[in-house]
Design a protein around this ligand. Structure first.
Ligand code: GCB
Length: 593
C-alpha cells in the first residue's frame, strides 16, 4: 500500500484532532448499533493518541474490549470524477469503520495502515458524513501479537500477554481522507543496484484502470536524471549519489499514470550478507544503536512529529547509526525520516511474545501451556503472522533504510513445533522480498545447544542479559558466559554474522552507588562496557543495539519500577550517565570509519 502523498492529482485532508470518544464498558455498542447516531454519553479524545493515559480513571485505562471514536467529515468540493479514500495509519489492534450507517471496512493488526474507497457511500461534494470507528484492543491466541483474557475475582475481564510493554490502544496514527483519479498508481516496487559509479533503479508499477505509465527520476534538487515509459523498467543514473548510512540522499521517481502523479522516494543502495559481514553498497556495516519503542508520556504509542524529530536528534547526538523497530512496525513518518536522515533500520513485525516461557520480562505462573498447540499459537496464528510479514514488506519495501526484516522477537525457538511454525514464515518473507536479509530475534532461553531455527535465517540476532537476569551483579561470570555463548554460535554457524539486538540493565536514573551494584547508574556503565569489550574481540559481531533507547511503560510487575528502566534516556528523554559513556564510544567509532 502506498504512503499518502499530496500531488497535483491527489488532495489530502487530515482528520486528526479532537474526536468524540467512548469506552464501551459493557462491550455492547455493536449490538446497540452506536454507529447509527451520535455516541451515547461521549467524552472527547485526541486522534492520534493512545487513549489509556489520557483518561483519568483506572478502570477506563485498563478497559478490555471496544473503544468508540466518532467525528463528522466532509466530502471535498471539486471531487469531480475522482475517488475518495479513507486511510488510517494504524488502529490498535483491530477496527471496524462506518460511514454514516454503512460498514465500510474491518482491519486486524494494530501497527499497519489500512484504507477504503468511500466515494459511493460518503455523499455528494460538500456534504458531511458521520465517521464512526470501533477499535478493539483485545489480543487472543490468534492475533499478532498474541495474548489471552481471563476474568478476575470481580468478574472483570483482564488482558494478559507475553511481552512487557503496556498494551496501549486507540487510533495511534494519522487518519486521512485523500482523493485520487479512478485510474491511478496503485503500487510500485523499486529495487536498486550499483554498477561502479552508476546507480540502477528497477521499477515496477501496478495501475488501477488502464492508464499508460511513464516515469521521471529526479535528483534531490529536482533535476531530471532519467526517464522511461512503461509499467516496468530499468533506469540508469551515471555518477549517482548513493544512499548510505549517515547520508540519506534521496531521488524521487515521479510516476505518471493517466492523470495521476505519484512521487516515490528512492535511495540507491545495495544490501547483502556475505560471510560474516553485512554489506551496504559493498562496504561492511557495523550497527550502533538501540531497540526502541513508540512510547511517550501521555501520548502512549501515538505518532508525534515533535517526539520523532527529538528522538532522532538524540540518536545522532549519541553517535548511533541504526535502530530496530522493536517490537512492531513503526509509523510511516518514522520510516520516511530514517530514509532522509540516513539511519539504518532492522524492521520488525508485531510478532512479539510467541513464547509462554516469558511474560512481562519474567517467567509467569500461567505457564502450564505450550507455545505452539491447537489451543495456543496455532495455524490461524501462523496465518495472521504471515499476513503481518507480507503487509509489513508491502508497506516498507521501498525504504532504503530497511536492511533486515525481523519476523519475530524472542519466540520459542527450541522445539520441533517452533521449527514447523517458522520454516514457512521465513520462506514467505524471502518470497515477499528476495533482496533483503531475513532474521528473527533470539531469546536467551534458546542457546546454541538447543535452538532449532537459526539455519532458516541470514543473520543471528541475539538478546542477552548476562549480568542482569542471569549472573546478576557478577560481571566476571557474565562475561565468561557471554563469551562461551558466542563461541557456541560461531561453532554451529561459522558463516553467519551476529548482531546483539538487546543487552543492558534496568537503571534508576539518579541512583548512584559507590559499589556499582545493579539498578545504579554506575552498573549500567559497567555492564554495557563489559558487553562492548566482548563485542570488540569478535569480528563476527557486526552490531550493538542496546536495550533500550529510552525507558518505557510496561505491565505492572515486581521487576518493573514505574516501567522498564533499561533506557539510555529516561522516559522524558534525559540522558543517564551511561548515555555519555556510550556516546564517547560511538563517536570514536564513527571517527574511525
Ligand atoms: C526482552 C524483550 C524486551 C524486554 C526486555 C526486558 O528480551 O525482548 O521486550 O523489554 O527483554 O527488559 O526484559
Amino acid at each position: 500500500m502506498l504512503t499518502v502523498r499530496e500531488t497535483s492529482s491527489r488532495n489530502v485532508f487530515v482528520l486528526d484532532g479532537v474526536w468524540d470518544f467512548k469506552v464501551d464498558d459493557q462491550n455492547s455498542g455493536i449490538n446497540d448499533r452506536w454507529f447509527t447516531g451520535p455516541l451515547p454519553d461521549s467524552q472527547t479524545m485526541a486522534v492520534p493518541a493512545s487513549f489509556n493515559d489520557v483518561v483519568t480513571c483506572t478502570e477506563a485505562r485498563d478497559h478490555v474490549g471496544y473503544l468508540w471514536y466518532q467525528r463528522e467529515a466532509r466530502v471535498p468540493r471539486g471531487l469531480g470524477e475522482d475517488r475518495l479514500v479513507l486511510r488510517f495509519g494504524s488502529a490498535t489492534h483491530s477496527a471496524i469503520v462506518w460511514v454514516n450507517d454503512t460498514e465500510v471496512t474491518r482491519h486486524e493488526g494494530g501497527y499497519l495502515p489500512f484504507e477504503v474507497d468511500i466515494t459511493d457511500v460518503s455523499g455528494s461534494e460538500g456534504e458531511t458524513f458521520r465517521l464512526t470507528v470501533c477499535v478493539d484492543n483485545r489480543l487472543s491466541w490468534e492475533t499478532i501479537p498474541p495474548g489471552y483474557m481471563k476474568k478476575d475475582s470481580t468478574g472483570r475481564e483482564r488482558q494478559f500477554y507475553y511481552h512487557d510493554f503496556y498494551n496501549y490502544a486507540g487510533i495511534h496514527r494519522s487518519v486521512k481522507l485523500y482523493t485520487r483519479p479512478a485510474d491511478h498508481v496503485e503500487n510500485v516496487t523499486v529495487v536498486t543496484e550499483i554498477e561502479g559509479t552508476t546507480g540502477i533503479v528497477n521499477y515496477e508499477v501496478v495501475v488501477a484502470g488502464g492508464a499508460d505509465v511513464s516515469v521521471r527520476l529526479l535528483d534531490a534538487s529536482g533535476q531530471q536524471v532519467a526517464e522511461a515509459s512503461g509499467a516496468k523498467g530499468r533506469l540508469s543514473v551515471p555518477n549517482a549519489h548513493f544512499w548510505a548510512p549517515g547520508d540519506g540522499y534521496l531521488y524521487t521517481l515521479e510516476i505518471h499514470a493517466g492523470e495521476d502523479v505519484y512521487p516515490q522516494t528512492v535511495g540507491i543502495r545495495t544490501v547483502e550478507v556475505r560471510g560474516t559481514e553485512l554489506l551496504i553498497n559493498g562496504k561492511p556495516f557495523y550497527f550502533r544503536g538501540y531497540g526502541r519503542h513508540e512510547d511517550n508520556i501521555v501520548r502512549g504509542k501515538a505518532h508525534d512529529n515533535v517526539m520523532m524529530i527529538h528522538d532522532f536528534e538524540l540518536m545522532k547526538w549519541q553517535g548511533a547509526n541504526s535502530f530496530r523497530t522493536s517490537h512492531y512496525p513503526y509509523a510511516e513518518e518514522v520510516m520516511d525520516y530514517a530514509d532522509r536522515e540516513g539511519f539504518v533500520v532492522i524492521d520488525e513485525t508485531s510478532a512479539v511474545g510467541l513464547n509462554v516461557g516469558i511474560g512481562g520480562g519474567i517467567a509467569t505462573a500461567e505457564n502450564k501451556l505450550k507455545t505452539f498447540s491447537p489451543e495456543t499459537c496455532n495455524e490461524r496464528t501462523q496465518a495472521a503472522h504471515r499476513r503481518e510479514i507480507e503487509k509489513l514488506i508491502a508497506r516498507d519495501k521501498n525504504h532504503p533504510c530497511v536492511v533486515i526484516w525481523s519476523i519475530a522477537n524472542e519466540p520459542e525457538s527450541f522445539t520441533e513445533e517452533s521449527r514447523e511454525y517458522f520454516a514457512p514464515l521465513a520462506e514467505a518473507a524471502r518470497k515477499a522480498d528476495p533482496t533483503r536479509p531475513v532474521g528473527y530475534v533470539n531469546v536467551m532461553l534458546a542457546t546454541p545447544d538447543n535452538e532449532k531455527i537459526t539455519d532458516l535465517f541470514d543473520v543471528i540476532m541475539l538478546n542477552r542479559y548476562n549480568g542482569w537476569y542471569v549472573q546478576t551483579g557478577n560481571l566476571a561470570d557474565a562475561e565468561a558466559a557471554l563469551r562461551t555463548e558466542i563461541d557456541g554460535w560461531l561453532k554451529n554457524y561459522p558463516g553467519k554474522p551476529i548482531i546483539f539486538t538487546e543487552y543492558g540493565p534496568d537503571t534508576m536514573n539518579g541512583n548512584a552507588d559507590l559499589y556499582r551494584r545493579p539498578w545504579s547508574q554506575e552498573y549500567q556503565i559497567d555492564m554495557l562496557a563489559m558487553f562492548h569489550k566482548v563485542f570488540d574481540s569478535y569480528p563476527e559481531v557486526i552490531g550493538e543495539q542496546m536495550w533500550n533507547f529510552a525507558d518505557f511503560s510496561t505491565v505492572p510487575g515486581i521487576m518493573r519500577v514505574g516501567g522498564n528502566k533499561k533506557g539510555m534516556f529516561t522516559r522524558d528523554r534525559n540522558p543517564k550517565p551511561a548515555a555519555y559513556a556510550v556516546r564517547e564510544r560511538w563517536l570514536r567509532m564513527r571517527e574511525e570509519l
